[in-house]
Design a protein around this ligand. Structure first.
Ligand SMILES: [Zn+2]
Length: 687
């Protein structure tokens, strides 16, 4: 299994919510990590990625490359959910323990005086308190994930709960100023405080408590999920995922696929109730429903944002269709027409991934004979014995070549580069800025592999982003929208190309261009195959929150979207006795998903724009921005804005346009599209 994602740790984007599940899950944080699924642990300091599951192993090298789950506040995943308590009367969230004893924000004391001065006072207080709490939570999280013990987990969970409580209080307080006319910065900061919420609780303490309980219950049902066949041994998600990734036996695959989905039917009723409660809370805050509240985070009217997503999907759809057609034909060669019929959606258990969200694990089944790229970076690293620190130095030199300042000395002193032998650590790669200014660190268990070499460049992308916006208000130190941070890391990783390897002396010469098809196909199986999945998770949830998909048709609605967008189908008949959405972590975990779709679109758009800035002419997949100070300047202009301006401003800074554009993906994969079209000639495509 492969994937080179990782995590950015950025404090504020959705910090408010982020914490809540933590708070809710806090009771579990005391559970021993022995099972390798310390859910409390992720409370602080880890990030949730598109692949992330609750059962992330701790202290164990997870070779399947799931993205690290992260601390509560990261724009790309730390945000979990937080229940917002009723605004207005100074009451506090039932969900956040500790909140009850905390003093209400000053501006709330002066009930009724909703003036610009009161708003400024509130913001100033929030900035000071939240910065302090974030740093404390980060320190606790760092220690926890570098020394996993029962005690460090408790300490980290406590610190994140305190941050959560404060975040919820400030969100409530901020909402009271909705109708007050304010200068730009005050308005934006209050909106950021308020929109940090992922789930809002209704204006009723009992319902708030109920919502909190349900959220915790859903997460825990997922986290503890195991498939226990009659008379057989129970298998957890990691084991089942391994089967899906590696087995080529349809029966085994089918059992692993259906087996994992036995965990989710009990979630259906609580999920239904959660939707009701969260919608009530969203309406209290002035949104039509929770889906509308999520879409409101994108600096444009919610419906306009939804239309933007459709437009982007329409742009890349031809490439996806060609990939789908080829993959289906090759799977049919492997499994036969009985299992993989022509002209039909692909059965979901055959794509190498439990959710059919990325298909890299079936590369060998679909790759061309000439897939060998002509060099092996892993071998090069081993031959030259490039150690972990030197690999990171290469990453630093990449950024230096763009004109960025070197990393601080403390980065080298405090980062974790190699898996220690004497203790348990969280090995998933992540990037930190512990003091929110310049205490940059990465935490990885680096191995001498091409994948880790790329991941290092990705992680450092997060670090340089964090440092670029470190002079802004703490409320602005974050991703322009929640897709940007991850996109930046991946953009840098896209520049790890053969020409770059030649520049740094790893390769004597570039392999011929026809060698690219294998590399491109590998990337497309992960990144292009992911696009419709990245889109449909929230399409389903938006319809669920709006009532367009009713509880009686949760599963049918799910599979309709899976078929329409992805062209996949369940391998066996499903009914409303199943609850298949619940078998994907982000549904019970209440983690918005559109960010991952955006990150996949934006990284190619950034890459193309930076290559243009660098004066590059040639195939986009061969471009590296290494050595281009012009590209560095364009990148930095975007990075240093943090989230102080609406995201189209940030996009314009780097790409000269205010619109997202998926055609960069088509440009990047153009050689692959040509190859796919040749392969698909005479085949019946579509479903
Ligand atoms: Zn990342």
């Amino acid at each position: 299994m492969r994937s080179r994602t990782s995590s950015p740790r950025d404090p504020f984007a959705s910090f408010v919510l982020a914490l809540f599940v933590l708070a809710a899950a806090g009771c579990q944080s005391t559970a021993p990590a022995a099972e390798g699924h310390p859910r409390g642990a992720r409370a602080v300091g880890e990030e949730v990625g598109p692949d992330d599951e609750a059962g992330v192993e701790v202290g164990v090298e997870v070779e399947d490359g799931e993205e690290e789950a992260g601390a509560g506040m990261d724009p790309n995943g730390r945000s979990r959910s937080a229940a917002a308590a009723p605004a207005g009367d100074g009451t506090v969230l039932a969900s956040s323990r500790g909140a009850a004893s905390a003093a209400p924000p000053a501006a709330q004391d002066a009930a009724g005086s909703l003036t610009a001065a009161a708003a400024a006072e509130l913001v100033a207080e929030a900035e000071e308190e939240l910065l302090d709490l974030v740093i404390k939570a980060e320190r606790a999280a760092w220690v926890q994930s570098n020394f996993i013990t029962e005690d460090t987990e408790i300490l980290a969970a406590e610190a994140s709960e305190r941050l959560l409580s404060a975040g919820v209080r400030y969100a409530q307080a901020a909402a009271r100023f909705d109708d007050v006319e304010l200068p730009y910065d005050l308005r934006r900061k209050l909106d950021l405080l308020k929109l940090g919420l992922t789930l809002a609780a209704p204006d009723d303490p009992e319902k708030t408590a109920e919502l909190t309980r349900i959220m915790s219950q859903l997460e825990s049902t997922y986290g503890k999920g195991k498939y226990c066949p009659e008379g057989g041994e129970c298998r957890d998600l990691l084991e089942l995922e391994r089967t899906i990734a590696e087995s080529r036996e349809p029966d085994e695959l089918l059992e692993a696929w259906t087996g994992w989905r036995t965990i989710s039917p009990p979630m259906r009723d609580p999920y239904t109730r959660m939707v009701e409660l969260a919608n009530e809370g969203a309406r209290d805050l002035g949104f039509a429903d929770t889906g509308a509240m999520w879409r409101a985070k994108y600096d444009m009217p919610p419906d306009e944002f939804a239309a933007e997503l459709d437009r982007l999907w329409g742009q890349v759809r031809p490439l996806y269709d060609a990939l789908h057609c080829h993959v289906r034909a090759k799977l049919q060669e492997t499994y036969g027409e009985e299992v993989v019929p022509s002209g039909e959606p692909i059965p979901a258990h055959l794509l190498g991934n439990m959710w059919a969200q990325s298909w890299g694990n079936v590369f060998e089944l679909v790759a061309p004979a000439e897939a060998d790229p002509g060099y092996d970076l892993t071998e090069i690293l081993k031959e030259r014995d490039v150690d972990a620190v030197e690999m990171v130095r290469h990453g630093e030199r990449f950024f230096s070549s763009l004109g960025f300042e070197p990393l601080p000395e403390t980065f080298w002193e405090r980062s974790l580069f190699v898996k220690p032998e004497d203790r348990e650590v969280v090995c998933h790669a992540s990037a930190w800025d512990v003091d929110q200014v310049a205490d940059l660190r990465i935490k990885m268990c680096i191995q001498q592999t091409a994948e880790d070499f790329q991941t290092i460049h990705h992680e450092l992308g997060h670090n340089y982003y964090q440092r670029a916006y470190n002079e802004l208000s703490i409320l602005y130190r974050g991703s322009a929208n929640d897709g940007f941070h991850e996109a930046v890391g991946d953009t840098i990783a896209l520049s790890v190309t053969p020409p770059y390897l030649v520049e740094i002396g790893f390769l004597d010469e570039e392999p011929p261009a026809e060698k690219d098809v294998g590399l491109l196909l590998r990337d497309a199986l992960d990144k292009v195959a992911f696009l419709p999945f990245g889109l449909l998770i929230d399409q389903w949830r938006w319809k669920v929150f709006s009532g367009e998909i009713s509880p009686e048709e949760y599963n049918r609605g799910w599979w309709e979207l899976r078929e329409r967008y992805q062209g996949i189908a369940p391998p066996v008949a499903r009914t409303e006795a199943d609850f298949d959405p619940g078998a994907k972590y982000h549904i019970p975990g209440n983690t918005p998903y559109t960010r991952y779709f955006l990150a996949h679109i934006l990284q190619f758009q950034f890459h193309r724009a930076l290559c243009e800035a660098a004066g590059y002419e040639g195939p986009l997949n061969r471009c590296t921005i290494y050595g281009s100070e012009e590209a560095g300047r364009a990148l930095n202009e975007m990075l240093e804005m943090g989230q102080s301006r609406p995201w189209p401003d940030a996009l314009e800074a780097i790409a000269g346009t205010r619109r997202m554009d998926a055609t960069a993906i088509l440009d990047y994969f153009a050689p692959l599209q040509t190859w796919l079209d040749e392969q698909n000639e005479g085949r019946q495509c579509g479903w």
